[in-house]
Design a protein around this ligand. Structure first.
Ligand SMILES: [Zn+2]
Length: 98
């Protein structure tokens, strides 16, 4: 299920991380090589974070041991209007707090 970013109108998906946080990601998945120094976080399909570098889908790794996975890219990073809609997300209280 996709949604539209309120900032730029791009198609996004809300992913739930293992920490039970929801983050918006671009609806179009990207391929990344895991572990290449680059420090850019991507989100695996199970919601966990992984660091890697984005590559094309025809990428052939030099190192046969390197892991190429399909991930999502955080929309915070790609949104042209950036932080705007981050501010529109009301801070939710910790579970159990009333
Ligand atoms: Zn956007």
């Amino acid at each position: 299920m996709t949604n539209k970013c309120r900032g730029c109108g791009a198609e996004i998906i809300w992913m739930k991380t293992p920490m039970k946080r929801k983050i918006p990601v671009d609806a179009e998945p990207v391929w990344i090589v895991v572990g290449v120094p680059g420090r850019k976080p991507f989100i695996r399909k199970d919601g966990s974070f992984v660091f890697g570098v984005k590559v094309g889908d025809a990428y052939e790794p030099d190192d046969p041991d390197s892991e190429v996975v399909e991930c999502y890219e955080s929309h915070f990073a790609t949104c042209p209007v950036g932080g705007q809609f981050r501010n529109r997300q009301p801070r939710t209280r910790a579970p159990g707090y009333r």
